[in-house]
Design a protein around this ligand. Structure first.
Ligand code: HEM
Length: 471
């Protein structure tokens, strides 16, 4: 390992450091953090992965231009020459799409907008859906996912789908296939030399290229249909949703030779919003119901607050937020404890530079050690405990703690859907807990460990809860 690189695991040329079977990836992260502190590296295949475990160092890095880009990986480009959309793109495409999407979210999600209404409607739909199975075990994760996916449909396409609509079922199936096929696809980024050991067709089969391309095509077809339908019915100057907004932007810039706005990029942007905005928000809500089920006293305290603030038959809106400090505390504690995006989203060093006194070579990939930071006793008292009280001051007022809290990332690439996610979490949490109570099934213990199949996303294991209607 070259001198002055961060400490850590360098391993062998081409393969990097391959861990022995046994400990989980989380055990590895914990041990590396213990041994090396704020910053360490782990070479995986040919990629130098740097993990940042310190809040200030992370904030400093991700506010710097040279750590703003995503890696030039096939995983991000998915068979395009250049990454489109917003999650994976860089430079002008990223800049334009990020600015455009933030503006859309602001304009479409304010006050008594259709988006807020859609969230309220979907929250009531969930109450109804969960109430029907009272007394039996109620599966939690899937209905939440359907509700949240519909919120994104409202944002991008101005519509919502019923649960049994074949389009919704197909969409969900493509979504799952796409996510499942990505791990093997990443071989070409981490072990690129493997392609020289076998015929091209075998390599493509190994990396599941055909599956990725096929699911991507089906996904894009879905969005192209939507885009073309919008195009045919668009009334200039009266955007109904994000797709309309983009089409207007595209039309306005059509004579600009440098424009980045085009139909294909829009399809990728829409796909990004679904990929980034549905699993994240729905899994956070699922985690919350698990935590509240295993902590009935916290659930009760939340319900006492909701009963005092929200009149019967009403739903909370963003204006009620200052009067719901405990609800806010439960949401923040869920975001901390679950640490859903456990190692963040990759940022690449676009030039040789330094961080925390170490050399960071061009091409090294920085990872946010969200899980480690969220459980670091430097920032959190009794980090293993689910303790909403840590977010309240002596007068019971909500205190927004920034140091050591990174569920949405930090810096120039910070989650652009954060305001939407926060609005959804407030309305869904308050509506659900105002009307329903949740508990583990009688005689059963909830599994609060993340699904082991994906070490980088802390997803809740789908389980049933016992739901009762509050009277
Ligand atoms: C609880 C819910 C959510 C969590 C925990 C979450 C978390 C994150 C994180 C950790 C990142 C990476 C930041 C980085 O690169 O350092 C991110 C990026 C992003 N998120 Fe979210 N997110 C959530 C909800 C949403 C929603 C609702 C949307 C939109 C509908 C969304 C859209 C995005 C996009 C587009 C990016 C990429 C931003 C960029 O590259 O500039 N997210 N999110």
């Amino acid at each position: 390992k070259p001198a002055n690189y961060p400490p850590g695991r360098w391993g062998l040329p081409l393969v990097g450091y391959v861990p022995l079977p046994g400990p989980t990836i989380q055990d590895h992260f914990r041990n590396l953090h213990k041994k090396h502190g704020n910053i360490y590296l782990w070479r995986i295949g040919t990629q130098v992965m740097v993990f940042v475990n310190d809040f200030r160092l992370l904030r400093e890095a991700f506010n710097r231009q040279e750590f703003t880009e995503r890696p030039d990986w096939m995983l991000y480009k998915t068979n395009e020459n250049i990454a489109l959309g917003v999650v994976s793109s860089n430079n002008l495409i990223w800049h334009n799409n990020r600015r455009f999407s933030l503006r859309q979210l602001r304009d479409l999600g304010m006050g008594k907008s259709k988006l807020v209404e859609a969230v309220q409607t979907r929250a009531m739909w969930l109450v109804d859906r969960f109430s029907k199975r009272v007394g039996n075990g109620t599966p939690i994760a899937l209905p939440i996912k359907i509700a949240i996916t519909n919120v994104i449909w409202q944002l991008v396409g101005g519509k919502q789908f019923e649960e049994d609509d074949p389009k919704m079922t197909e969409f969900d199936a493509i979504f799952k296939e796409f996510l499942d096929s990505e791990t093997l696809y990443a071989i070409q980024d981490f072990l690129p030399w493997v392609r020289y050991l076998m015929p091209a067709f075998l390599f493509k089969r190994l990396t599941k290229e055909h599956v990725v391309i096929n699911t991507l095509d089906r996904f894009l077809k879905f969005f192209y249909e939507e885009i073309d339908e919008h195009r045919a019915t668009l009334i200039p100057g009266e955007p109904r949703d994000l797709i309309d907004g983009y089409l207007m932007e595209m039309e306005g810039k059509k004579d600009d030779p440098d424009t980045t706005f085009n139909r294909k990029d829009l399809a990728f942007l829409v796909m990004d919003l679904f990929l980034a905005g549905s699993e994240t928000t729905s899994s956070t809500l699922t985690w919350m119901l698990y935590y509240l089920s295993t902590n009935p006293h916290i659930q009760r305290k939340l319900q006492v607050e909701l009963d005092a603030v929200i009149p019967e038959g009403y739903q909370a809106t963003l204006e009620d937020k200052p009067r719901l400090p405990y609800c806010e505390a439960v949401i923040h504690e869920t975001l901390r404890k679950s640490s859903l995006v456990a190692t963040g989203v990759h940022h690449v060093a676009s030039r040789d530079t330094t961080l925390g006194g170490y050399t960071i070579p061009k091409g090294a990939v920085l990872n946010t050690a969200t899980l480690t930071i969220h459980h670091d006793p430097r920032y959190w008292d009794k980090p293993e405990e689910f303790m909403p009280e840590r977010w309240l001051d002596q007068d019971g007022k909500f205190v927004s703690k920034k140091e050591g809290f990174v569920p949405f990332g930090v810096g120039k690439r910070q989650c652009l859907g954060e305001s939407l996610a926060r609005m959804e979490l407030l309305i869904f949490t308050s509506t659900l807990l105002h009307r329903l109570s949740f508990a583990p099934l009688p005689g059963k213990t909830l599994d609060l460990k993340p699904d082991p199949s994906n070490p980088f996303l802390h997803l809740p294991v789908p389980q049933e809860l016992h739901v009762t209607v509050r009277t």
